[in-house]
Design a protein around this ligand. Structure first.
Ligand SMILES: [Zn+2]
Length: 226
């Protein structure tokens, strides 16, 4: 009896011992997968709406002409950007030049090899917005901040670097929308000057009040498009 009982016990324990590790592994797997799903869905939800709470930001995208540069090492190296944390404003420093002319200059660098330069966006004299580089790729515009910022070059009629009304309005709209689209707070909209001390964009460097007004206008645009 004792012997048989012992044998029976062993007989019952055998399959249990084999099943237990499988059940535990399955349980751990299920918990791990459920955890990952939770983390990712939570992450994407906060990614959509953590700063401005906008569910469908595409509806406010300003009219823009997407004319991407030909990939090349001098102006579109196709290097992936890190998480975008700022937006950098520039002026083209070439009075009277148009958005198309400035885009052509960047495009031409693939042949001239003159320098490394580009910008994600150019805002033209009539307020036309041209996109040259996807925001997921790096532009050569803002030195040490190239890898985590999006750059906007802005055209201007004369040497003062002051933007005309059409250009200014488009710049406010584009900057406001990029803040929403890329989840960048307005305080992280900066001048090239704030990165390197370069006098760019000239008018906003020489007129601090105009720069503050610009950021107020961007803030108001965001308030009106939520
Ligand atoms: Zn600049």
């Amino acid at each position: 009896m004792n012997n048989r009982g012992a044998m029976n016990n062993r007989g019952r324990k055998g399959p249990l011992r084999r099943i237990c590790p499988i059940v535990i592994i399955l349980l751990v797997l299920v918990i791990f997968i459920a955890g990952m799903i939770l983390i990712f869905t939570k992450g994407s939800r906060t990614g959509e709406a953590s700063v401005y709470g906008i569910e469908n930001v595409e509806q406010y995208r300003p009219q823009m002409s997407v004319e991407l540069l030909t990939p090349n090492p001098y102006s579109r190296p196709q290097t992936a950007t890190e998480k975008i944390t700022g937006i950098v404003i520039h002026y083209v420093a070439n009075p009277g030049s148009t958005a198309e002319q400035n885009r052509s200059y960047f495009e031409g660098l693939k042949d001239s090899h003159e320098t490394y330069a580009s910008s994600h966006f150019i805002v033209g004299l009539e307020g036309k917005i041209v996109q040259c580089i996807p925001t997921s790729e790096m532009a050569y515009a803002s030195n040490d901040r190239n890898n985590d910022t999006v750059s906007i070059e802005v055209c201007h009629p004369d040497e003062t670097g002051k933007f005309n009304d059409a250009t200014y309005d488009s710049l406010v709209e584009l900057t406001g929308w990029l803040c929403e689209y890329l989840e960048v707070p307005v305080e992280n909209v900066i001048r090239h000057y704030d990165v390197t001390g370069k006098l760019c964009p000239l008018y906003f460097v020489e007129h601090e009040d105009a720069w503050e007004q610009f950021k107020d206008d961007v803030t108001n645009w965001i308030k009106n498009h939520q």
